[in-house]
Structure formats: C-alpha cells, structure tokens
Design a protein around this ligand. Structure first.
Ligand code: AMP
Ligand code: ZN
Length: 111
C-alpha cells in the first residue's frame, strides 16, 4: 500500500534490520527500541489492525514466527511482552498490523 512505511520495508524501498522473512511474514528490529530486544512482526499483506485480520491461518503463522523469534532471542525463560497497538486510543502510529516483541530487561509494570 502506498504511503505505508511497513509496506515500503516489505518492498525494500526503505532499509530495515530483518530478523525473519518468509512469503507471508517479515520481522525486523524496531528503529526506536524501547527495550534491549524490540522486534516488529508483520504480515506482508497490508492489513490495518488486528480487527481487520480475518485469516486465522495467517494469525497461526504469525504465532509460529513469534515463538521462533522468542526462542532465538533467548526470551523464553525470562519472558517478554507482546503488544499490538490498535487505533487512536491504542496509539497505533503505523496503520499496518504489527506485533511488538519486547524483552531483554525487566519491563515496567505500567504499559
Ligand atoms: P506503533 O506505535 O505500535 O504503531 O509502532 C510503530 C513502531 O514502528 C514504532 O515502535 C516505531 O519505532 C517503529 N518504526 C517506525 N518506522 C520504522 C522503521 N523505518 N524501521 C523500523 N521500525 C520503525
Ligand atoms: Zn502496509
């Protein structure tokens, strides 16, 4: 989708530090990390948010990738936070469905 920064990352129009890629899913390091590990996981298809995701098999694929990354980043034992900001009140700045994986430090109890 035009003017979508994550679609541009998918199309290699802007650079990113990729940690995982397949036909359906891309994961890359957040440009402004909020924790030692801060990875963004996105579907390659432009879907605005979690409410507009109707393909359960895609959600299952995303889940599988999240588990793989968590394992590779050694976050299994200590834990992590998985966040998908949605809409205005959710402070979603990029209108392309994404999941933040945050970890590598004890995170604040407050969001
Ligand atoms: P959200 O506020 O949930 O919409 O999160 C959007 C996230 O995308 C923020 O954490 C940004 O730091 C991140 N972000 C924006 N542009 C880029 C980029 N070019 N490469 C990597 N991460 C980005
Ligand atoms: Zn997009």
């Amino acid at each position: 989708m035009e003017d979508c920064i994550f679609c541009k990352i998918i199309n290699n129009e802007i650079p990113s530090s990729k940690v995982y890629e397949d036909d359906d899913i891309l994961a890359f390091k957040d440009i402004n990390p909020q924790a030692p590990v801060h990875i963004i996981v996105i579907p390659k298809k432009h879907i605005r948010n979690i409410l507009e995701l109707n393909d359960e098999s895609l959600l299952a694929k995303i889940h599988r990738v999240i588990k793989k990354i968590v394992k590779e980043q050694n976050l299994e034992e200590q834990g992590f936070r998985l966040v998908t900001n949605t809409g205005e009140d959710g402070c979603q700045t990029v209108k392309h469905l994404h999941f933040h994986i945050l970890g590598g430090i004890k995170l604040s109890e407050n969001l």
